[in-house]
Design a binder for this molecule. Structure first.
Ligand code: HEC
Length: 255
């Protein structure tokens, strides 16, 4: 009995050595950002192959909803399945990367951090609210309406960036049979890498020019206020880039 236990443990150790687990976290690289961008713009990742993340978060409108008529009238966007509409207006998916894990700030007496208008992608599961959020829209029946994470992974495996995926995450990292959870998480983390990239967060607004000039001139940027609200308290609390003590004023207001 003892011997067989020993053999089993030795076999497990050998397997772990020969087949090390595929990472679900990796250093952000240019290739990971390119991969995240390919995922973000891929309509095949919706059930009807007609809608990508970028359809509701378009570059030309600062990663918010791009349709003027919709913005003027209903504000909510139609999902991949026509006649189904989202619950809310898409906020920008840019400048969200510094939102912390949802927490209650005792001093301010408010909730801060997380993703979505209500902070429900808290970040507690993956340790990263932005990556955690990216697992949502694919499966939301009102948005990309995929039936399960496995089909998302299958569509990625069929894509022309599948080889890039394995180059970034390692051989076997796009396994949709044995390791759907790990693969789905790697997809989400790749998207978050793109959402945090310079391309999605260029910091080239007029406010940035002013802010950089103020820093260069040695001004105390913590004294900058907007509408009478001090920089450190800007934003609305929960939901991506909202009021965020502990991160820079500029990141905080998403400028
Ligand atoms: C059908 C339109 C639609 C599609 C497609 C869509 N989104 Fe969104 N997105 C929204 C809406 C609406 C919200 C706000 C929902 C809420 O807060 O309840 C949102 C919120 C977000 C946020 C949170 C921003 C914040 O400040 O909290 C991010 C980031 C984001 N989406 C990224 C993505 C990514 C990545 C994809 C693709 C995997 C995607 N979206 C697909 C409509 C869409």
């Amino acid at each position: 009995m003892k011997k067989s236990l020993f053999v089993m443990i030795a076999a497990m150790a050998m397997a772990a050595f020969l087949f090390p687990p595929i990472p679900i976290q990796a250093q952000t690289s240019e290739d990971m950002i390119t991969l995240g961008k390919a995922l973000f713009f891929d309509p095949n990742l919706s059930v009807t192959r007609t809608q990508s993340c970028a359809d509701c978060h378009a570059v030309e409108t600062g990663f918010t909803g791009p349709e003027s008529d919709t913005n003027d009238m209903t504000a909510v966007y139609e999902g991949a399945v026509l006649t189904r509409f989202g619950n809310r207006k898409p906020p920008t998916s840019a400048y969200c990367g510094e939102s912390p894990i949802l927490y209650f700030d005792e001093v301010a007496g408010e909730w801060f951090g997380g993703m979505f208008w209500d902070g429900r992608a808290t970040g507690n599961v993956l340790g990263d609210p932005l990556a955690e959020h990216a697992m949502g829209p694919f499966l939301n029946p009102l948005e990309m309406a995929m039936p399960n994470p496995r089909l998302v992974c299958v569509r990625v495996a069929e894509s022309d960036y599948a080889a890039l995926f394995e180059a970034v995450w390692g051989e076997g990292s796009l396994d949709f049979v044995q390791d759907v959870d790990g693969t789905y998480e790697r997809i989400a983390r790749s998207i978050a890498a793109y959402e945090r990239s310079t391309e999605a967060n260029p910091f080239t607004s007029k406010f940035d020019v002013f802010y950089d000039a103020a820093v260069a001139a040695g001004k105390d940027i913590t004294q900058i206020t907007a509408a009478g609200i001090p920089g450190g308290m800007m934003g609305g609390g929960v939901g991506g880039g909202g009021g965020c003590p502990g991160i820079s004023f500029r990141a905080c207001i998403g400028a």
